[in-house]
Design a protein around this ligand. Structure first.
Ligand code: SAH
Ligand code: DHB
Ligand code: MG
Length: 247
């Protein structure tokens, strides 16, 4: 029978399958307990965050949101960079969007891009419930189709750009991030380590290859300076690329 799933549905199904196939690392209980320790003290959850995660589960979204502490990390980053204009590529249920939007100053805005209509619906409801819909501009469509319109929209340049969608397109997302930035713009990319799979040059996983090509671009790009942060926690072993636009 012909597969009638849309690209967005195929993406979601592959995420859920990958989560079920994953073997837990022996240190995972410790990583999770340490996340709980710091999370409880420094990144306490609340009604809106809990409700967002519950709504995601209820709607069958893959639970690939950032962790609580990673959400707080993004929030700290918004304060650190004094960002007023944020771009997020990959909304899911808006969990990371809530963390960043809450850290915005009065009048700040976040544009977030999502191609799965179900994810976008859940996110809109979650953001509404969190009282944040006014500062969030949620755009439905393939990110590569939505990005060109941002260039001419007057929202640019962004102060902070969070890349967290289909990793195979990370090279293109980095290009766009540069296009939509100014000197000083911070770029952060999620899931660049993937249990260490990133170092496999022969990987047949297009997402790993996408991140590797993006990393090569970072290395060769004189307009940027970048580093990579390995991370363990409630969401396992992964990491971020953190970059700043120089010129
Ligand atoms: N930032 C979210 C998690 C995003 S998961 C959080 O931490 O809470 C990645 C999301 O990117 C998924 O919802 C997926 O549907 C979306 N996505 C994947 N490919 C995309 C594309 N080409 N364009 C736009 N969104 C895409
Ligand atoms: C996946 C994507 C994410 O953005 C994430 O944080 C974790 C996992 C994934 O595609 O499997
Ligand atoms: Mg991610």
């Amino acid at each position: 029978m012909q597969d009638m799933k849309t690209e967005a549905e195929q993406y979601a199904a592959a995420r859920i399958e990958a989560a079920h196939l994953k073997v837990e690392h022996p240190m995972q209980p410790v990583w999770s307990a340490v996340d709980d320790y710091f999370g409880t003290l420094l990144a306490p959850s609340d009604e809106a965050l809990d409700a967002a995660l519950a709504a995601n589960t209820q709607a069958g979204l893959p639970s690939i949101d950032v962790s609580q502490l990673q959400g707080k990390f993004l929030s700290v980053l918004v304060h650190l960079t004094q960002a007023r204009r944020i771009l997020e590529i990959g909304t899911l249920g808006g969990y990371s969007t809530i963390w960043m939007a809450r850290a915005l100053p009065e009048g700040g805005r976040i544009v977030t891009l999502e191609f799965n209509p179900k994810h976008a619906d859940v996110a809109r409801q979650n953001l509404k419930n969190a009282g944040l819909l006014d500062c969030v501009d949620l755009r439905l469509g393939r990110a590569l189709d939505s990005l060109p319109a941002l260039a001419s929209s007057g929202i640019c340049p962004f102060d902070l750009i969070f890349i967290d969608a289909d990793k195979r397109n990370n090279p293109q997302y980095l290009e766009w991030a540069l296009e939509l930035s100014r000197p000083g713009t911070t770029i952060i990319v999620d899931n660049v380590v993937r249990d260490g799979k990133v170092i496999d040059a022969e990987s047949d996983d297009p997402d790993i290859q996408g991140t590797r090509r993006m990393t090569k671009m970072l290395a060769a790009e004189p307009r940027l300076t970048a580093t990579a942060l390995q991370n363990v926690g409630a969401k396992g072993y992964d990491g971020f690329v953190l970059a700043v636009v120089l010129r």
